[in-house]
Ligand binder design. Sequence first.
Ligand code: ZN
Length: 82
Amino acid sequence: MSDCKELIGNLSDFIDGELDLNMCQELKKHLEGCRNCRLVADSLTKTVKLCRDGVTEDLPESLKESLNQKLQARWKAKFDKN
Ligand SMILES: [Zn+2]
């Protein structure tokens, strides 16, 4: 998996620990070489951790959804302008 868009799409699963080991390795490898994805992953991880310090264990679907949309928008802004 080397496609950034695909990676962003898998990030929430990665953070939820729902990706299998191979996917995790691919993801980590990509993050090491891709600063933009690393920044996105970083902020997503922090956000999820913040949420998990609260009462609920799982992110509400609506929050997940809007997070993904924000991240994808940010990603687009960085990569789509040439
Ligand atoms: Zn990337």
